[in-house]
Design a protein around this ligand. Structure first.
Ligand code: ZN
Length: 299
């Protein structure tokens, strides 16, 4: 079932940065997007259209989006949590795809976005419909798909049921996100396999955080089960402001290294990712969690 080619979505500008307390300049975010295009990524989650009081780091969403380079092959993704966010994203004219997020548990849903699990799924489905009406793409992420910081392990049946319902609005893809980095490879393999069966040919994307060291193994388990798209963040930046203890995303350079050296093409050039990660560490003023960009070049 393993794919020999997967698509990487760079989520550094949004998920990577949103938990950083020091505000990163819009010009640096723009440079991050430019570099992601240079190293070969063709879908980039650039920002989210949420309440700037809740996520001050992304308060420059409209300003950043207006400055994004025109690139025929590149899709810019804006994350939205409700109709208002969707309208803001669509009004920019530059966001080609809306990323909607639903959550598996009521407790996380209420804290993260003021919605129960079912309400968050209904909202996500509405966002995909709005995107389609506007001639844009829409995709749905099931967050906390492998565990919730408040309710613990999440039953795979619940994830499968949500994915099945989400598939009714024919999103571009369905993503399974390990928001707090608690998943392990066997669980990931089973979940991805069962979700793929349930969604009738829709691509499955995966999103992992390396909070407990299982992130990269989870990517591998997911790809083995046919996940077609993988989220990653340059340098391994990232966290979630509403998920206690959430650590960085899997790092773009680490995922590319693992996949390319295992016969799975990503379309991404390691030397330019590593150079970009070194630049980003300079912007952030510290070394970043990724491993490949801190190790000697090989071969
Ligand atoms: Zn995340």
């Amino acid at each position: 079932m393993k794919n020999h080619r997967v698509e990487l979505v760079e989520v550094g500008p949004r998920d990577g940065l949103q938990n950083e307390s020091a505000i990163v300049a819009t010009a640096d975010k723009l440079e991050l997007v430019r570099r992601a295009i240079d190293y070969g990524v063709r879908r980039i989650e650039v920002t989210s259209f949420v309440n700037p009081k809740r996520v001050p780091q992304l308060a420059d969403a409209e300003e950043l989006v207006a400055m994004l380079p025109d690139h025929r092959d590149v899709t810019y993704i804006g994350l939205v949590l409700n109709r208002r966010g969707a309208e803001r994203a669509l009004a920019t004219g530059r966001i080609g795809e809306l990323g909607a997020v639903c959550v598996t548990t009521d407790t996380f849903g209420i804290r993260n976005q003021g919605q129960s699990s079912d309400e968050s799924l209904a909202a996500a489905m509405e966002i995909v419909a709005l995107a389609r009406e506007a001639g844009r793409g829409g995709q749905i992420t099931i967050a906390t798909a492998f565990g919730c910081p408040f309710e613990g392990r999440v039953a795979i049946d619940r994830v499968v049921e949500m994915a099945k319902r989400a598939a009714d609005v024919a999103p571009r893809e369905i993503a399974l996100a390990d928001t707090i980095g608690v998943g392990a490879p066997a669980q990931v393999a089973e979940t991805v396999g069962r979700v793929r069966e349930a969604v009738g040919g829709l691509p499955v994307r995966v999103h992992f955080h390396n909070t407990r060291g299982t992130g990269i193994a989870n990517v591998w388990a997911a790809v083995q089960e046919g996940a077609a798209v993988v989220d990653a963040s340059l340098g391994g930046l990232g966290g979630c402001p509403f998920a206690p203890g959430a650590a960085g995303n899997v790092a773009t350079e680490d995922v590319v290294y693992m996949l390319e050296n295992s016969g799975v093409a990503t379309g991404i050039a390691i030397p330019s990712v590593v150079e970009a990660a070194e630049w980003l560490a300079g912007v952030m003023g510290r070394s970043l969690p990724a491993m490949v960009s801190r190790a000697p070049a090989f071969p």
